[in-house]
Design a protein around this ligand. Structure first.
Ligand code: PLP
Length: 379
């Protein structure tokens, strides 16, 4: 199988599986228990937290484990709205956020919030000024993702944080950094008050994420009420094996981060070179400087994406027709780009990981070429 869908979920390296297996089979202490096995497990939880915090470059005491990126997004938005309930009921976000943010915004709209959705340019870009201009005295929160999961476009979170300090210092800033976690970012210098990440995009297990909460958030309101785990802020018995897996994946990534980023950038350039003379091709998401190296979104105008995904899938090549979370529905991200219908109907996403090779990309490009040359386009 040629797996080019790392942005949907990444394969789990054996060292991660081993770390999880060890916890699953040998450690039965509940970190809240007061006997030695429980106390030992509590210490290990703090070690795993430190490993994940090192990858984000944030203080471990500001990092809380969650069940997934979706939970982190929901928690951050609700906590920001709660802290700033006396500031106002206005939220600014973008039209291209993951549905974990957009659907949460819809909930907030039902609770009386007004949400401004910033539209992207046709290449997916959103300048910081466009976000900042939408901020008002009653803006409780701004939520802008670090890297778009369908296009790979990077968004200017740091300049937004800097601009917010002038425009409305009370507004809290959240960034969904789920697709940026493997990249060279530092939560310490980003300036966001909330940073959401998820393990399974970097080779950790599914079903665990983390939320960094910065010092400007005074009393972060929990999303879940219960036994008071995670220093009272995220109740639920700790998912220790998942934490061990997340920590191991973070350590592996941190060790080789620059090398992996270089490898991914090389793969993206190689794919673009191979696609250069391709008929009917549009590359989405702008130029390489503004895109994360692991995602390449493109369109074969006139050749419907689902047919491409099915055809390549039958040959053992996994690519996606946009975000895996939107299967079967037209993607809101592609729709926001306002591309001609023949282009938007043909969008596919290739996404790479540390193990991806140039030979795999060549095989995918060859399969795309065969698809183009042998299948009828839509009318
Ligand atoms: N945010 C982005 C940008 C994502 O790509 C994803 C997953 O695809 C999520 C949030 C949700 O993360 P999780 O699958 O851990 O809930």
């Amino acid at each position: 199988m040629i797996y080019l869908d790392h942005a949907a979920t990444a394969p789990l390296p054996p060292a991660v599986a081993d770390a999880m297996y060890e916890v699953l089979t040998q450690d039965c202490g509940n970190p809240s228990a007061q006997y030695p096995a429980g106390l030992e497990m509590k210490k290990r939880v703090e070690g795993w937290r430190a490993s994940v915090a090192a990858l984000l470059d944030c203080p471990a005491e500001g990092l809380y484990f969650t069940s997934c990126g979706t939970e982190g997004d929901n928690w951050a938005l609700r906590a920001a709205a709660w802290q700033n309930r006396h500031v106002g009921k206005h939220i600014v976000t973008t039209a291209v956020e993951h549905s974990a943010v957009l659907e949460c915004c819809k909930w907030l709209e039902r609770d009386g919030y007004e949400v401004t959705y910033i539209a992207p340019d046709q290449d997916g870009g959103i300048p910081a000024e466009r976000v900042l201009e939408a901020v008002r005295p009653d803006t409780a929160a701004v939520s802008v993702m670090l890297v778009n999961n369908e296009l790979g476009t990077r968004y200017p979170v740091k300049p937004i944080a800097q601009g917010l300090a002038q425009r409305n210092p009370k507004t809290l800033l959240h960034t969904d950094a789920v697709q940026g976690l493997g990249g060279m970012f530092s939560a310490r210098t980003l300036g966001a008050d909330f940073v959401t990440v998820s393990a399974h995009k970097i080779g950790g297990p599914k079903g665990i994420g983390a939320l960094y909460i910065g010092p400007r958030v005074k009393n972060p309101r929990p999303l879940l009420a219960g036994g008071g785990q995670e220093r009272g802020l995220r109740s639920g018995t700790e998912a220790t094996a998942q934490m061990a897996g997340f920590a191991k994946a973070a350590e592996l990534r941190l060790e080789r981060r620059a090398e992996i980023q270089g490898h991914l950038a090389g793969l993206r350039t190689h794919a673009l070179e191979r696609l250069l003379d391709f008929p009917d091709l549009t590359v989405l998401g702008g130029v390489s400087d503004h895109t994360a190296p692991h995602i390449l979104a493109l369109s074969l105008a006139g050749w419907p994406s689902q047919n491409i995904v099915n055809d390549l899938g039958a040959q053992g090549i996994c690519v996606s027709a946009g975000s895996a979370c939107h299967q079967g529905k037209p993607s809101h991200v592609v729709a926001a780009l306002k591309l001609p219908k023949r282009v938007s109907a043909g969008v596919i996403r290739l996404s790479f990981g540390p193990e991806t090779t140039e030979a795999e990309i060549d095989a995918c490009v060859d399969a795309l070429r065969r698809h183009h040359d042998t299948r009828m386009p839509m009318l």
